[in-house]
Design a protein around this ligand. Structure first.
Ligand code: MIC
Ligand code: SF4
Length: 642
């Protein structure tokens, strides 16, 4: 029986386990990436492991999230990352060089290799046929040290692309359509593999837009074949030698299939407040727009920017709209500056931001009260923009640019003929903003600012686990709810005790106080708890507050792994109706917790207040059981090496 593309790469990298969906496997990691807001923690953890030099083929640290320097904290963290990476053999992409996923795709990604990144949008690399996976910082630190990456073998879902996109319809509309069909939890436990005749009609940046937003499906990763289009892209980046052909076998098997007819797609938008709340732009109607933001790792490529510039050329941004544009990388920005497209944007009234995440993670450009903001980004969770009452719509760069001019949500097809932008034969390839690490053994002083505080480490699991249900939340709670990120909080990613004061506050401002008064307890969640980012702070902050377990209807993949790594027990209701029988402040008790967890998948939680036993599932591999018993991955690793 033939193999699909995902299985081929996994097979090449398999260290342990069998490629059977739902069972634990471990794979060798060729490359890693970190960004600064998860990177400080990842490097602190790497240092704690005591390994002198990374063992990957290439590891790169990017500075792209915390670039707003309103105080010393971010600048200090940049220095720390620059020095610690130089010491341990990691390349350092300086602030200004661009967004990690965009730069990695341009300059470092290699088809057929595995990439583990401490950012949930690492699957962008799937656009050139990498098996690129997002994970918590600790898992990335382990991979840098040469350790395998453990995960449940995903199912593989084939998305067959038929036909070709019509003018003004874009890759963003393709992934929004997939999100409309599959929902934000439809990809959990799956790899999305794109196939079909439509693949060859999509450029690498278009493919990368699609794999990037596979993160919003909850998928482990998404991947495209590596074909002639990939070869041309790598050649234009001066990296033809990195190309290999990669495709699924003719008789490859898939667990699921979805067909998307590219010809039938129309411009789409994800409406507030979820990436899967998708409707046609023309059906939403001409709502008044206050802000348009173009950029982010999803839609900030040279091709995207050139189309935006073409729409803006000779026009002026509508008086009621603030238009901000952040080209994704220094390569993109340089090319726009050289060919005049940047001048067209500026002349039209666009406010140009540096090549970084910026407004996508709430680092500036928070919209006005109740504002409608159209963004080419990938997440429109409530409050993520920095303004709770703002209504954020996710749209293509073309829809965004058209609407910036008209002042209302506009189907770009109304503008007449679509701009034609050709893929450049040669990109400007200048890696001088990527610093090579110091030679092995060189004396490098690691500079640590006062903002770096010790992070919490759990204790071995006790036999009796008890505490109150400290908060009860609904479905699809994001890591932006659990550990909000915005211009005020992001600078404190190396200071978990401070961040913990804001844990889950978008859901309940009193949660941190209640957790501290009760010396910890439990979180009760709905389905897809912890969707969104890879930030392990969404596990470390609860740990800091003494959280012992989370009982939810279901979990998002990366967050569940982060809870386990922190020694917090992730439990799912065996019977979802039991969710209704737990109220806030109920006393919960797990007796013989160690034995129960060792014994198998199900566990009894006594609701002491209601006098009722609830059955919960703890779906852990043998290794994960040991990690929970030890009180997290760091303790487990120490035990293993004793
Ligand atoms: C995001 O888009 O939410 C982030 C910010 O890039 C996160 C990482 C982080 O929280 O630092 C992600 O996607 O993993
Ligand atoms: Fe940065 Fe936004 Fe991409 Fe996250 S989703 S890496 S914040 S641009």
């Amino acid at each position: 029986m033939g193999l699909n593309l995902a299985q081929k790469i996994i097979k090449e990298h398999l260290i342990s386990g069998e490629m059977k969906a739902g069972t634990e496997i471990s794979i060798r990691i060729d490359q890693t990436l970190t960004q600064d807001s998860t990177g400080t923690m990842a490097y602190l953890q790497f240092e704690a492991m005591g390994i002198p030099r990374v063992k990957t083929k290439k590891s790169v640290a990017y500075i792209d999230h915390n670039t707003l320097q309103a105080g010393f904290e971010n600048a200090d963290d940049h220095k720390y990352i620059q020095t610690v990476t130089s010491k341990h053999g990691i390349y350092f992409s300086r602030p200004g060089n661009g967004i990690c996923h965009q730069v990695h795709l341009e300059r470092f990604g290699v088809p057929g290799m595995t990439l583990l990144g401490s950012d949930s949008h690492t699957p962008t690399g799937g656009g050139i046929g990498m098996l690129a996976i997002g994970a918590g910082g600790l898992d990335v630190a382990v991979a840098m040290g040469g350790g395998p990456y453990y995960m449940m073998m995903p199912k593989v879902c084939r998305v067959v692309l038929k036909g070709a996109l019509k003018p003004w319809v874009t890759a963003k509309d393709v992934i929004l359509e997939v999100l409309r069909i599959m929902s934000v939890k439809g990809g959990v436990g799956k790899i999305i593999e794109y196939a079909g005749e439509g693949v060859k009609t999509l450029t690498v940046p278009e493919r990368a837009t699609i794999t990037n937003m596979g993160a919003e499906l909850g998928a482990t990763t998404s991947i495209f074949p590596s074909d002639e289009v990939t070869k041309e892209f790598l050649k234009a980046q001066g990296r033809e030698s990195d190309w290999i052909e990669l495709k699924a076998d003719e008789d490859a098997q898939y667990d699921e299939e979805l067909v998307i007819d590219l010809d039938k797609l129309e411009p789409l938008a994800a409406q507030p407040h979820s990436p899967d709340n998708v409707a046609k732009v023309k059906d939403i109607g001409k709502i008044k727009v206050d802000q348009v933001a173009i950029g982010s790792c999803t839609n900030s490529s040279y091709m995207d920017m050139m189309k935006v510039a073409a729409v803006l050329k000779g026009k002026t941004v509508h008086p009621n709209v603030s238009l901000v544009i952040a080209p994704g990388s220094r390569q993109v920005l340089t090319m726009l500056a050289k060919n005049g497209a940047l001048a067209d944007m500026v002349a039209a009234g666009a406010r140009i931001l540096e090549s970084a995440c910026g407004p996508c993670i709430g680092m500036g450009q928070a919209p006005a009260t109740d504002a409608v903001s159209l963004r080419t980004f990938n997440r429109n969770f409530e409050g993520r923009s920095g303004t709770k009452s703002a209504k954020v719509y996710l749209v293509s760069p073309e829809t965004a640019a058209a609407s910036a001019i008209t002042g209302v949500l506009t189907d770009p097809r109304e503008l007449g003929e679509a701009p034609k932008v050709d893929m450049p034969e040669k990109f400007i390839a200048d890696d001088s903003m990527v610093l090579a690490p110091a030679p092995e053994g060189a004396d490098v002083e690691v500079v640590r600012g006062p903002n770096i505080k010790p992070f919490p480490i759990n204790k071995a699991l006790t036999d009796r686990v008890e505490g109150k249900a400290l908060i009860k939340v609904g479905d699809n709670i994001t890591t932006d709810h659990i550990m909000p990120s915005n211009a005020k909080l992001l600078p404190f990613r190396s200071n978990v005790p401070y961040l913990a004061e804001f844990c889950l506050t978008p859901c309940d401002p009193d949660f941190p106080k209640r957790a501290k008064e009760n010396a910890g307890g439990f979180i009760i969640g709905g389905s897809n708890y912890g969707q969104g980012s890879s930030r392990e702070h969404a596990a470390l902050a609860p740990l800091q507050l003494g959280i012992k377990g989370v009982i939810a209807k279901s979990f998002a993949r990366i967050h569940m792994a982060n809870l386990i790594n922190s020694g917090i027990i992730p439990m799912t209701f065996e019977n979802e109706a039991d969710y209704d029988d737990i109220d806030m402040e109920d006393e919960l008790l797990i007796e013989n917790a160690r034995d129960q967890i060792k014994a198998g998948s199900s566990l009894v939680v006594r609701n002491v207040t209601k006098g009722k036993d609830i059955k919960v599932n703890v779906s852990l591999s043998e290794r994960q059981v040991e990690i929970i018993l030890a009180g997290g991955l760091i303790n487990y690793t120490k035990q293993q090496s004793e």
